[in-house]
Design a binder for this molecule. Structure first.
Ligand code: HEC
Length: 288
């Protein structure tokens, strides 16, 4: 390449970088939450969220993101932010975090606002009053700018995976069955069967990291049915022990799965979850 061409290439690079850093700086200046549905998008800049009349103060003690801490959040009921969006009762809502992490949550669950149930809120971090770091040993990153929290989390047994933080936005998708048909147990299982209960637990506790039959949003962890299911290569006892405490079976410095205690996942629920994994292994596509 002639030197003049190199200069032009360098110049283009320089300009691109300048543009990228500028938009980045703008983003940093005013975080905003987006809510998307087919053909429709709502945008909520932080300042507008903080000046809403429905802003509340919610005090939470000892939640999974901030164990042992008592924090007062400024928060807006999440279902208020979805008003005016077309949402089918079967729809799933995917949240997206700043680091690209994305997972589905049931719309019925996060838009719930009946009395006697946990209610999801969007907590908004104020620029001059940052929350504590989530992993102080890894850096100063907080749960902000936006954090999904729950008022009275005990009422609907909100799980550890249901507190997504560093949120960027939500996207309304079709029904879970239309988006991920291959994670469903065969149709012969009724809603109240152990297999279907196990499937609900899988969605709540495992689906944010693990795929089934290649379907799911996360590439963070191995698929739990393809090419084989852990129910086929672990003994029942080893599988239970692994889910309770992965590091009790094997250890390495990069392991990223934490254990599920009996308080969080009682023994009967763990049994249902394993039933679900077993029948998914037996009905793997292309198998029968
Ligand atoms: C935060 C993400 C995350 C969640 C949530 C999670 N896992 Fe994992 N899981 C992993 C990762 C990552 C691995 C790979 C080993 C490692 O790095 O820890 C793994 C490994 C496994 C393995 C071992 C697979 C193999 O072949 O070695 C099993 C079994 C498993 N997970 C089951 C579950 C079940 C069941 C749940 C729900 C109760 C669950 N996991 C929830 C991240 C997660």
């Amino acid at each position: 390449m002639k030197p003049i061409h190199l200069t032009i290439v360098a110049l283009i690079f320089f300009i691109c970088e300048l543009i990228a850093s500028q938009t980045f700086a703008e983003k940093l200046a005013e975080p905003q939450l987006t809510i998307q549905a087919q053909g429709k998008m709502l945008t909520y800049p932080r300042s507008s969220l903080l000046s809403r009349p429905d802003l509340e103060k919610i005090v939470l003690n000892d939640i999974p993101t901030y164990p042992g801490k008592r924090i007062e959040y400024s928060a807006v009921p999440l279902f208020h932010l979805f008003q005016g969006m077309p949402i089918d009762p079967e729809a799933t809502i995917q949240f997206r975090c700043l680091d690209g992490f994305s997972a589905p949550i049931s719309s019925a669950r996060i838009l719930e606002h009946a009395p006697g149930r946990s209610i999801a809120y969007l907590a908004i971090e104020k620029e001059n009053e940052p929350w504590p770091a989530v992993h102080p040993e890894q850096g100063p990153g907080t749960a902000g700018p936006f954090f999904l929290i729950w008022k009275n989390p005990e009422l609907s047994h909100v799980g550890v995976e249901e507190w997504p933080f560093q949120l960027e936005g939500f996207e309304i998708k079709g029904s879970l069955r239309s988006t991920f048909p291959k994670i469903f147990p065969p149709k012969r299982y009724s809603q109240s069967s152990p297999e279907m209960r196990g499937f609900q637990i899988f969605q709540r506790s495992c689906f944010s990291c693990h795929k089934i039959n290649g379907q799911g949003l996360s590439d963070f962890a191995p698929d739990l049915n393809l090419p084989k299911s852990p129910t086929e290569y672990f003994t029942q006892a080893a599988l239970r022990a692994y889910i309770r405490n992965p590091q009790s079976l094997r250890q390495w410095k990069n392991d990223r799965m934490r254990g599920f205690s009996p308080e969080e996942l009682p023994d009967p629920e763990l049994a249902d979850l394993i039933r679900y994994l077993e029948i998914m292994a037996k009905s793997r596509p292309g198998q029968n």
